[in-house]
Design a protein around this ligand. Structure first.
Ligand code: FES
Ligand code: FES
Length: 168
């Protein structure tokens, strides 16, 4: 039994009660993934499982058996930041930075959801295959990721800028 984490196979813990969040932080010292509420309400612990955004505090490590997990360490680094990380810096998408790894992981998956034509609560035309990228769409889709510093305006701007650059 193994979980592929950032392209490395990791053994599933013997104790089935261990959350994916605790495995990442305490077991593997991948502390980029943050603990906020530890009950599914803040998004600080967001990682990608098979490319989909997932709350690692609500996921048992054993549930990730055989799956591919990407944490912020697998998305970019200080030396080689992901373009979205650079956009967050450029557009003041953070203050303390505690929520930022979760915001970045969520945004990576969220932009793929838009590209896949998955509508949100605010999408006007559910039959529309090409969803129009707007601040409203991004605010709605990122509403599961709280920022206690109130950097949401910068976060939305960073994501919009990044998405538009990539679409160009
Ligand atoms: Fe997981 Fe808050 S720590 S949602
Ligand atoms: Fe501080 Fe978001 S930047 S919580």
């Amino acid at each position: 039994m193994a979980i592929r984490i950032n392209d490395t196979d990791v053994a599933v813990p013997d104790d089935p009660r261990v959350s994916l969040l605790d495995l990442l932080r305490d077991g593997l010292h991948l502390t980029g993934t943050k603990v906020g509420c530890n009950q599914g309400a803040c998004g600080a612990c967001t990682v990608l499982i098979d490319g989909k955004r997932s709350l690692s505090c609500l996921t048992l490590a054993v549930q990730a058996d055989g799956r591919s997990v990407t944490t912020i360490e697998g998305i970019g680094s200080a030396a080689q930041p992901h373009a979205l990380q650079s956009a967050f810096i450029e557009h003041d998408g953070f203050q303390c930075g505690y929520c930022t790894p979760g915001q970045i992981c969520a945004a990576v998956a969220m932009l793929q959801e838009i590209a896949d034509g998955i509508p949100s609560y605010v999408t006007a035309d559910l039959a529309e295959k090409r969803i129009l990228l707007s601040s409203e769409e991004i605010r709605e889709r990122m509403s599961g990721n709280l920022c206690r510093c109130g950097a949401h305006n910068g976060i939305v701007e960073a994501i919009l800028h990044h998405a538009r650059e990539n679409a160009a």
